[in-house]
Design a binder for this molecule. Structure first.
Ligand code: S3P
Length: 436
């Protein structure tokens, strides 16, 4: 089993750039694969999750070449050019891949089966299968979870669907199936969720009209191959944002080329309410996404009640936000975050278990957590479990900055699903974490 050992370190600092965005990298491969002509993806995240999407597209007959570690050339086969995969498609740990591919494959003329690792095989799939069935697809789950079995050859019709949860994966799966449907497909969300699919489909020439919380896609005749630039992943930057707030020296910490799509940056709003000092420098556009550099200053954080409407905008950042809250003065309340229970692990339970070991007082809520921050005091060390969840592992590595003894984090292999090279990069700014 792979283990991180993180030792308390002196002040951190310097400048770093995080790898490419995971959500955008998955979508780039899928949309480029069904486009007409060649696409080039720069800044691609070559993590295990995105490589699972790459292998799946290749098994479906798309030629994809990684000409450089983060530069990929995709020879699009056109909307009708995919062919039946010779075997079951294994999506590994990647929730985004299995949801979005379920949408794509529901609309094909051939059958497909999708599976994943132990964690993925427990994740809810009916949220995707149900609307796809309403569109006319034949999608079956096993008691609500993978394997997902799709019988192809069914003509799809556009639907007007009210999402029960604010999920970009479900919204995207429906919109992708809608590319192939008869008539427009509309998805109405209960709250904002990331809109990378809408932005990228538009850049491929697809008409997607967005009106508040509704996205309406008009089926195209084709997608146009193009050059795509993937910004740095805000969710990966999040670990260093919190590291800088709780551990930076006088110069602060510079994080370059961070994607700042407003449907992803809820963490910045929450941290600012907690007293965080974060400068946004050189805001600019990277393809269809906004990016900037961030300078993070060490800040005395105070506990807050997190507004529920910010929860979906920060959904992947709660593990590391909990670490920030543990270092703050006073109480932090998070509610309305029940989706955390069905991520790569039950992230409420996983963080609570780690906090129990480190001596951080907390109360587990069905849909969140109440945390009693320790202010300027250090917390303890000890051995904790990541439950095979990349974001839990990285969050506790960041927590080591305020611990008085080493933290050992078990089962960290899955850090490579989203952030290959996390340990090396963390060490360059002075976080003393290594794999043992
Ligand atoms: C993602 C959407 C979110 C997020 C996940 C990536 C995406 O999931 O947690 O890491 O790329 O669309 P949900 O749609 O389930 O909220």
């Amino acid at each position: 089993m792979r283990i991180f050992e993180a030792h308390p370190s002196r002040a951190i600092g310097g400048s770093i750039a995080v790898p490419g965005d995971k959500s955008i990298s998955h979508r780039a491969l899928m949309f480029a694969g069904i486009a007409d002509g060649r696409s080039e993806v720069q800044g691609f995240l070559a993590s295990e999750d995105c490589l699972a999407s790459m292998r799946a597209m290749q098994m479906l007959g798309v030629s994809i070449e990684r000409v450089e570690p983060t530069r990929v050339i995709v020879e699009g086969v056109g909307m009708r050019g995919l062919r039946r995969a010779p075997e079951v498609l294994d999506m590994g740990n990647a929730g985004t891949a299995i949801r979005l591919f379920t949408g794509l494959l529901s609309a094909q003329s051939f059958d497909s089966t999708l599976v994943g690792d132990e964690s993925l095989m427990k994740r809810p799939m009916e949220r995707v299968a149900k609307p796809l069935r309403e569109m006319g697809a034949d999608v079956r789950t096993r008691g609500g979870t993978p394997p997902v079995e799709i019988t192809g050859g069914h003509a799809l019709r556009g639907i007007d669907y009210q999402l029960p949860v604010a999920s970009a994966q479900v919204k995207s799966a429906i919109l992708i199936a809608g590319l192939y449907a008869e008539g427009p497909t509309q998805v109405n969300s209960p709250a904002v969720s990331r809109d990378h699919s809408e932005r990228m489909l538009r850049s491929f020439g697809v008409r997607v009209d967005v009106d508040g919380l509704s996205a309406r896609l008009h089926p195209p005749t084709m997608l146009h191959g193009q050059r795509l630039q993937v910004p740095g992943d805000f969710s990966s930057a999040a670990f260093f944002i919190v590291a800088g707030l709780i551990g930076a020296g006088a110069q602060g910490l510079l994080i370059e080329n961070v994607g700042l799509n407003p449907s992803r940056t809820g963490l910045l709003d929450i941290l600012r309410r907690m007293g965080a000092e974060i400068d946004i420098l050189r805001p600019r556009q990277s393809g269809s996404e906004p990016v900037a550099d961030l300078r993070v200053h060490r800040s005395d954080l105070v506990g807050v009640t997190v507004p529920r409407e910010l929860v979906p905008l920060a959904i992947d950042e709660f593990p590391v936000l909990f670490v920030a809250a543990a270092c703050a003065r006073g109480e932090t309340w998070v509610t309305g975050a029940e989706e955390l229970r069905v991520k790569e692990s039950d992230r409420i339970a996983a963080m609570a278990a780690g906090f129990a070991t480190l001596g951080v007082k907390h109360e587990v809520l069905p849909d969140g957590m109440r945390l009693f921050g320790i202010g300027g005091e250090p917390f303890g060390g000890g051995e904790i479990d990541s439950f095979g969840d990349h974001r839990i592992a990285m969050s506790f590595a960041v927590a080591s900055l305020r611990a008085r003894a080493p933290i050992r984090i078990r089962d960290v292999a899955n850090v490579a699903t989203s952030f290959p090279g996390f340990g090396e990069l963390a060490r360059t700014i002075g976080i003393d974490v290594r794999e043992i």
